[in-house]
Design a protein around this ligand. Structure first.
Ligand SMILES: NC(=O)c1ccc[n+]([C@@H]2O[C@H](COP(=O)([O-])OP(=O)(O)OC[C@H]3O[C@@H](n4cnc5c(N)ncnc54)[C@H](OP(=O)(O)O)[C@@H]3O)[C@@H](O)[C@H]2O)c1
Length: 328
C-alpha cells in the first residue's frame, strides 16, 4: 500500500487507517461485545500488515476508562516482552489519539486536556504522541474551546513542549470543523460519516482543507456499518436512526453493486480511497480477519458504470448529516 503525505505534517500515511472504537467493546454503538484478546489480536494484525496499514486511530474516550487505548497498550506491551529491542511503536507505525472530557464530570478545560493526554500515554505506554486531536469539540462552545488557557491553547502548549508532534481536530459538524481550522492551530482535520456513498456533507470542507495543505482524514466510510453489513443488519447510519430514504438508498446501491458483482463494502471503501483530497480513510474493525478483508476490498476492480449508477442513487442533500446551507 503506497503512502501519502498527511497535509504538511511530513508524516507519510497509508491510504487505509484502522479505527479502534469497535475494539473498545461498545455494544450500545455497535451492537456486540469485543473481548480483550480479540482486540489485541486485531491490533497485532494491523502491526503485522507489513506496512499495508501504518496509521491507527484511537481516543481517550473510546470505551469505559479508555478501554481501546488500554487494549492497544496491552498489544504493544506483549510485543515488547517478545521483542526486547522494541521501543514505543513498531517503526513506521503512526498512532493518533484524541483528548476527551472527564467521563464523570464532563470537564473539558485546558487542565483536563493535559490530564487526558497523560492518561492516554499511560494506557498506551508511550511518552510521545505523533498526532493528537481535539475530539468532538461540538460538546462545548467554540468560545470555551478557544478561551485563553482553554483546550486549544493547551494543545498548542503540549506541542511546544514536545509531547505531541502534530495537532488535529476530529469531530462532526463541518462548519465547526472549519471554524477550528481557521484558528491556524490545527494541521489535520477528521470528520466522520460525512463523505460516504450516502452523504457528502464534508466534501467542500475536505477539498478546501486539502488545498490549504491540511491533512484530511475521512472516518466511517461504512456509515458506522450500514454500507458494510447492509441496512437490514445495521439499520442505523452514523450511530442513529435516520430517514428511511437513507436505508432505501443503501439497499438500492447494494443491488446495483451486486449486479456488477462488487461487494457494497468495496464500493463504500473505495469511494473514499479514490478521492484525491483524502489522505487516509479510517475504518472501524473488531477482528483480525477484518484487516485482511479490508485490504481485499480496497483492491476489488470497480467498473466506471457502477460509479455512475451509484452517483444517481445518492440521497437528497437535505437528508445529509450537515445539509448544505441555502446558496452555498
Ligand atoms: N469524532 C471522531 O473523531 C470519530 C467519529 C467516528 C469515527 N471515528 C473513527 O473512525 C473509525 C471508523 O468509524 P466507525 O467504526 O464508527 O464506522 P465504519 O468504519 O463506517 O464502520 C465500522 C463498522 O463496519 C463493520 N465492518 C468493517 N469492515 C467490515 C467488513 N469487511 N464486512 C462487514 N462489516 C464490516 C465493523 O464491524 P466489525 O466490528 O464486525 O468489524 C463496524 O461495525 C472509528 O473506529 C474511529 O476510530 C472518529
Amino acid at each position: 500500500m503506497t503512502t501519502r503525505r498527511l497535509g504538511s505534517t511530513g508524516l507519510q500515511v497509508t491510504a487505509l487507517c484502522i479505527g479502534t472504537s469497535p475494539l473498545a467493546s461498545m455494544p450500545r454503538l455497535y451492537g456486540y461485545e469485543v473481548t480483550e484478546q480479540q482486540a489485541v489480536d486485531t491490533v497485532n494484525a494491523v502491526l503485522d500488515s507489513h506496512g499495508a496499514i501504518n496509521l491507527i486511530d484511537t481516543s481517550n474516550g473510546y470505551g469505559n476508562d479508555g478501554s481501546a487505548e488500554k487494549r492497544i497498550g496491552e498489544a504493544l506491551r506483549r510485543r515488547r516482552s517478545n521483542e526486547p529491542g522494541l521501543g514505543g511503536l513498531p517503526a513506521g507505525t503512526i498512532l493518533a489519539t484524541k483528548v476527551d472530557p472527564d467521563p464523570y464530570t464532563g470537564d473539558f478545560s485546558g487542565k483536563r486536556v493535559r490530564q487526558s493526554l497523560e492518561e492516554s500515554m499511560e494506557r498506551l505506554g508511550l511518552d510521545h504522541i505523533d498526532l493528537l486531536h481535539l475530539h468532538d469539540p461540538e460538546r462545548i462552545s467554540f468560545d470555551e474551546g478557544t478561551a485563553p488557557g482553554g483546550p486549544v491553547d493547551t494543545l498548542a502548549d503540549l506541542k511546544r513542549e514536545g509531547l505531541v508532534s502534530h495537532l488535529g481536530v476530529a469531530g462532526g459538524p463541518v462548519d465547526l470543523m472549519r471554524q477550528y481550522l481557521d484558528t491556524g492551530v490545527f494541521e489535520v482535520v477528521l470528520t466522520h460519516n460525512r463523505y460516504t456513498l450516502l452523504d457528502r456533507s464534508a466534501e467542500s470542507l475536505f477539498r478546501t482543507a486539502h488545498e490549504r495543505g491540511i491533512g484530511v482524514l475521512n472516518a466511517a466510510p461504512y456509515g458506522g456499518g450500514m454500507l458494510a453489513k447492509g441496512p437490514e443488519t445495521q439499520t442505523q447510519y452514523a450511530y442513529g436512526q435516520r430517514d428511511d430514504a437513507i436505508a432505501t438508498a443503501a439497499a438500492a446501491m447494494r443491488a446495483a453493486a451486486t449486479r456488477a458483482d462488487v461487494p457494497l463494502a468495496a464500493a463504500a471503501l473505495q469511494f473514499s480511497l479514490r478521492a484525491p483530497f483524502i489522505d487516509s480513510t479510517v475504518i472501524g474493525v473488531s477482528s483480525p480477519e477484518r484487516v485482511a478483508q479490508t485490504l481485499e476490498l480496497a483492491g476489488v476492480p470497480i467498473p466506471d458504470a457502477l460509479w455512475e449508477e451509484l452517483e444517481k442513487l445518492v440521497p437528497d442533500s437535505s437528508l445529509w448529516l450537515d445539509p448544505p446551507k441555502q446558496g452555498s
